[in-house]
Design a protein. Structure first.
Length: 218
């Protein structure tokens, strides 16, 4: 009975958590959109209240509007007129003291992560952390630049070492390329491995083809 109970739990638990997360996100978006509709009712005449009340009853409307808004923004941002306005808006935000530092930092990170020409999170590697002889999975985010790159002699890599089971927090390291082991597993497989705390391992076929270090030191 215990074995059957655990097997059933392993089937339903991931599905239940997935449904709960999606339901929470959809509820948040619907609640935000309903708040915007309620605010518009205070500004529009009474004749427009009935259609707005009907819109509030549509399930998932907030998600639909959000996706449509993102697509419309993307179309606007990829043409010359939109790029001109976005450039002017970025310059305006860059002149506001506190907003400047927050906006510029977030924009640089988002451009690096989501740009099709970027190299962030394109490769998973093994690195010794937090001490010699202790290994963990990290993601290559590029090469050290700026003043830090000028002080580092040789071929160095910028690495992001995520924490377990929450990969959104972690540590930033700059290490010699010779101190890392390149892995054949994809970034998605590496993330699953990290989030599951090593329980969900990549397929053996990929694990056995992992590249060896070029010049392992230590």
């Amino acid at each position: 009975m215990k074995r059957y109970l655990i097997a059933g739990l392993l089937v339903w638990l991931p599905l239940a958590i997935t449904i709960w997360v999606l339901h929470s996100v959809l509820g948040l978006l619907d609640g935000l959109f309903a708040w915007l509709l309620s605010g518009s009712q205070a500004l529009l005449p009474n004749a427009a209240h009935t259609p707005i009340e009907m819109l509030k009853q549509v399930p998932g409307l907030g998600v639909i509007v959000m996706v449509a808004g993102l697509i419309a923004t993307g179309i606007f941002a990829t043409n010359m007129v939109g790029q001109w306005w976005l450039t002017r808006g970025s310059r305006l935000l860059g002149r506001i003291p506190i907003v400047k530092s927050i906006y510029s930092s977030v924009k640089q990170v988002s451009d690096t992560l989501f740009s099709s020409s970027g190299n962030a999170f394109r490769e998973a590697v093994l690195v010794q952390y937090p001490r010699q002889g202790s290994w963990t999975i990290a993601f290559v985010t590029g090469k050290p630049g700026g003043e830090a790159g000028e002080h580092l002699r040789g071929d160095y890599l910028s690495l992001y070492v995520p924490t377990t089971p929450n990969p959104t927090s972690g540590f930033f390291l700059m290490v010699p390329r010779s101190d890392v082991i390149e892995l054949a597993m994809s970034v998605d497989e590496a993330l699953k491995y990290i989030i599951s705390m090593g329980v969900v391992a990549p397929p053996p076929a990929l694990a056995t083809t992992a590249a060896m270090p070029r010049n392992q030191t230590g």
